[in-house]
Each structure stands twice: as C-alpha cells, then as structure tokens.
Design a protein around this ligand. Structure first.
Ligand SMILES: Nc1ncnc2c1ncn2[C@@H]1O[C@H](COP(=O)(O)OP(=O)(O)O)[C@@H](O)[C@H]1O
Ligand SMILES: Nc1ccn([C@@H]2O[C@H](COP(=O)(O)OP(=O)(O)O)[C@@H](O)[C@H]2O)c(=O)n1
Length: 224
C-alpha cells in the first residue's frame, strides 16, 4: 500500500490557506480537507439548534454526532462561510473533547485519502502540530492582520454579506487571539514548518513558493 504524502497547511484567518490548499491538491492530484469546515459544521449545528456556541456540552454532542454522512452535506452549505459561524467555530474549538471527536476523521482522511489519491492536503490551525505531526511537508501561511482583514472583507462582500472593515478587523483579531492562546492545540507554526508570509504575494506567487518547497522535500514522490 503506498504511503499517502501529507501536506499540512496552518495559519490564521484569511491568510490564504484554503486557496493555496485547493490549488496544490488539484495540481498534485491529492485530496483536500478544509479542517476549519469541520469546526464550522459543529458551530453551525449549534447555532441552528438554538444553542450558544460556548455551550460545551452541546458542542461535544454535535461533534460526536458528526460522521461522513452528516458532515459532507454540511461542508457544502454556504451558511458555513458566514462570519458568525467562524466565530462559533472558534468558540467550540477550544473544547478538548470537540477536538478529540474530530481528530480521527482528519487523520483517516490524511492517511487514507478518498478516491485512491496518492496524497492529501489539509489546511487548518493544528494540522502540522497535532493532527499530522509527521507530515513530510508543513507550511505555515500568514499575512499582516490588516491584509487578511481586507481579504476577508472582500470575500464576505462577494457573498452579498454586509461587512464593515473595522468590524471584520476586530473580529479577526479576537478570533486569532482565541485560536493562538487556547490551551489545547493552539495556532502556532510547527518547528519544521515552511513560513510563507503572503502579505506582499498574490495567490499565484504563494502557490509557486509552496510548490517549490513541497518539491524540495526528500520524501516527495515525483509526479507527472
Ligand atoms: N495570496 C493572496 N493574495 C490576495 N488574496 C488572496 C491570497 N490568497 C487568498 N486570497 C483571497 O483571500 C481570501 C481568503 O483566502 P482563503 O484562502 O480563504 O484564506 P484562509 O483559508 O486562510 O482563511 C479569499 O477571498 C481569497 O481569494
Ligand atoms: N484545524 C483547525 C481548523 C479550524 N479551527 C477553528 O475553526 C475556526 C474556523 O476555521 P477556518 O479555517 O474555517 O477559518 P478561516 O481561516 O477560513 O477564517 C478557526 O478560527 C479555529 O478556531 C481549529 O480550531 N482547528
């Protein structure tokens, strides 16, 4: 059985992880998992059931109830991209049992990617540090918070949402702080991660830099 080549991409909100991960996965023929969507799915489930996102018991129950059949339809729900759901995700994700309930799904995806893919690209906050600490290619994608807020602002406005820069910036700072200061699986670069600051890079430049890094990894199987 061939070993799945795992690419772990972590970083704060709107740094460009998802854009990069999707493009790397399609170029390499690998499967892609947006791990944030799992936490968003838990947050959205709570909001829709009328629970507060900091209701740990409800969050644990929702995370434990998620399986491939229930999470996949949620992953494509446009409501997942709302900022209120990102905030809810950030609140449920501080609960250790929520993280534990989602861990096997992420690891199974990475090590046995669907459709017989030869590798997997996972993006999130703790992929290179907790989910797949042995991943042969780890990237930490970041950008100045003002740059990220402007990117998230245009992303939200493109979905028709009313968004104000100052509010998006403030929300992002609060969420980044919660993600990096939490006791369990805090957001931080793995010691062996390639640091990619996209503040002055467009998506193409970030992609080229990431591909160069991945190709340089000793375990990277040539692909044609
Ligand atoms: N390098 C980049 N330069 C400019 N805009 C970018 C870049 N990477 C992504 N974007 C845009 O910024 C927004 C957030 O990117 P995304 O990949 O969703 O970030 P993340 O997954 O880290 O939250 C999206 O609208 C995306 O098109
Ligand atoms: N591996 C992950 C991915 C997301 N998350 C949480 O889920 C929230 C939403 O993640 P996301 O990747 O969808 O958020 P953006 O980076 O797209 O803004 C994050 O703010 C984290 O609090 C996490 O704790 N661990």
């Amino acid at each position: 059985m061939t070993i799945s080549f795992i690419v772990a991409i972590d970083g704060p909100a709107a740094s460009g992880k998802g854009t990069l991960a999707r493009r790397l996965a399609s170029t390499l023929g690998y499967a892609h998992l947006d791990t944030g969507a799992l936490y968003r799915a838990v947050g959205l489930t709570l909001l829709r059931a009328g629970h507060a996102p900091d209701d740990a018991r409800a969050a644990i129950a929702a995370a434990s109830a998620l399986d491939a059949a229930t999470v996949l339809p949620l992953m494509n729900d446009p409501a997942l991209r709302q900022d209120a759901v990102a905030v809810a995700a950030s609140k449920v994700s501080v609960v250790p049992e929520v993280r534990a309930a989602l861990l096997d799904f992420q690891r199974d995806f990475a090590h046995r990617p669907p459709h017989g893919a030869k590798g997997a690209v996972l993006d999130g906050r703790d992929v290179g540090t907790v989910v797949c600490p042995d991943a042969p290619a780890k990237l930490y994608v970041t950008a100045d918070v003002e740059v990220r807020a402007r990117r998230r602002l245009s992303e939200l406005r493109n979905t028709g949402a009313e968004a104000i820069y100052e509010a998006v910036l403030e929300d992002m700072k609060v969420r980044d702080a919660r993600d990096s200061q939490r006791a369990v699986a805090p957001l931080k670069p793995a010691v062996d991660a390639f640091l990619l600051d996209t503040s002055m890079m467009d998506a193409d430049q970030a992609f080229v830099a990431a591909m160069d890094f991945i190709r340089s990894r000793p375990a990277f199987p040539d692909f044609h």
